[in-house]
Design a protein around this ligand. Structure first.
Ligand SMILES: NC(=O)c1ccc[n+]([C@@H]2O[C@H](COP(=O)([O-])OP(=O)(O)OC[C@H]3O[C@@H](n4cnc5c(N)ncnc54)[C@H](OP(=O)(O)O)[C@@H]3O)[C@@H](O)[C@H]2O)c1
Length: 219
């Protein structure tokens, strides 16, 4: 059984991945900025007889990412990192606020890079270490009113494909591309008009776990 660090594990896809991997017997390190949703997921996992720990973490702050990773790795042997946390940024480029652009790029791109870099020396000491990056179909093709979000996800795709080559034979690095999911991700935007056509995050988590030995998963 592995110890799996999941970012953005308090809500949406991260929560469902945490619940599903915990059901398979893995220990889950639940991370995100807000403690309350993480504790709720921890409680659900414990009620099902599983193991989970909570560490709050703001991915946009490099020093705090490094400190939290040091604290986590002092107590746990983490062999699987799931970079799932993400921030949206939707609308015509001319209407986007600079702070929303910054937040999406800092969270999706720099956050993923900071955490992966901080955890990598530890991962390299583990047996069969693995990194899964949750990207999006926004990492595969451009979309109207998603320029900044798409740019950030293309960056994560480039990061992933480069690490696949750089770490080949030492760390398995996988990429996951999915379309729309009905999660809190869409709560503060009207970019998606009809959420009823979106997949549930449980459904997407189940598919990811079924195929998690593949280097690329398309849901
Ligand atoms: N929903 C979709 O349609 C869709 C489609 C394709 C791909 N995706 C991707 O799937 C992933 C999960 O999204 P979701 O749909 O499950 O949305 P979500 O429920 O909003 O989850 C995003 C998570 O990221 C965490 N997070 C955000 N900023 C953070 C930061 N600075 N530091 C640490 N944690 C942070 C949030 O927790 P806190 O607020 O507590 O920090 C939240 O739990 C994202 O990468 C998203 O881009 C989503």
């Amino acid at each position: 059984m592995k110890t799996i660090l999941i970012t953005g594990a308090g809500t949406g896809l991260g929560k469902e991945l945490a619940l599903a991997y915990a059901k398979k017997g893995h220990t889950i390190i639940l991370t995100g900025r807000r403690e309350t949703p993480l504790k709720e997921v921890q409680e659900l996992i414990r009620q099902n007889g599983g193991h989970a720990e909570v560490y709050t973490l703001d991915l946009t702050k490099q020093e705090s990412v490094q400190k939290t990773v040091d604290t986590i790795t002092d107590a746990h042997s983490v062999s699987y990192l799931i970079n799932n946390a993400g921030a949206g940024c939707f609308g015509p480029l001319s209407d986007l606020a600079i702070e929303d652009i910054d937040l999406a790029v800092q969270t999706n791109v720099l956050g993923t890079i900071y955490l992966t870099k901080a955890l990598l020396p530890h991962l390299l000491e583990q047996t069969e270490p693995k990194i899964m990056n949750i990207i999006s179909t926004a990492g595969q093709k451009g979309k109207i009113n998603e320029s900044v979000y798409v740019a950030s996800k293309f960056a994560v795709r480039g990061f992933t494909e480069s690490l696949q080559k750089e770490l080949e034979g030492r760390v398995t690095v996988t990429a996951t591309y999915m379309g729309g999911m009905d999660t809190p991700f869409w709560d503060e935007t009207d970019h998606i008009k009809d959420k009823s056509r979106l997949k549930s995050p449980q459904q997407v988590a189940d598919t990811i776990i079924k195929h998690d030995t593949q280097l690329e998963i398309n849901v």
